[in-house]
Design a protein. Structure first.
Length: 171
């Protein structure tokens, strides 16, 4: 088997509102943390146990960052696909630090809003892609098709110039 795969899929809830900032070249960057939980019954005591993992997510995609800024808030359930990246930096005391993040970049990332809470969209769920893949069936795919051109605008669910996704559904 040639090559390797770096793909992360998470379904979880935001722990706090996202942070939005801009890079030096003006690109919008969104960052937030997603909690995933696992539950099981303890064999010895029979008690219900739960473990929560926190995942740092960074969005380097202007369209997805716009969606995050407008519709994603603390507590919102999301499905996301990205890649795992570790970066290194030096803190104020000169100590080298590392962090591992789930990155949704321009061509490899997807975000699906799973619950109907919050946002100016009236509670409708939506899927927002970065251009590398496609999503089938509801919630509706909104993002860039394989050519990288926008399919629809997140603010206007049926913006002019959008693609007809029914043509892509095989049934």
């Amino acid at each position: 088997m040639a090559g390797s795969v770096n793909k992360v899929i998470l379904v979880g809830n935001l722990g706090k509102d996202p942070e939005i900032r801009s890079s030096q070249n003006g690109q919008k960057i969104a960052s937030f943390s997603v909690a995933t939980s696992e539950t099981w019954n303890d064999r010895a005591s029979g008690e219900r146990r739960e473990r929560t993992e926190w995942h740092r997510v960074v969005v380097f995609n202007d369209r997805l960052a716009d969606v995050v800024e407008r519709f994603v808030k603390k507590g919102r359930k999301v499905y996301l696909e990205g890649t795992l990246q570790t970066r290194k930096w030096t803190d104020q005391s000169g100590q080298e630090r590392y962090t591992t993040e789930v990155v949704l970049d321009r061509f490899r990332g997807e975000l699906v809003l799973l619950d109907g809470r919050g946002g100016a969209d009236g509670g409708e769920s939506g899927s927002y892609g970065g251009g590398g893949g496609s999503s089938s069936s509801p919630p509706r795919q909104i993002g860039a098709p394989r050519g990288g051109a926008p399919a629809a605008s997140p603010g206007g669910w049926d913006a002019p110039g959008g693609s007809d996704l029914d043509d892509e559904i095989p049934f």
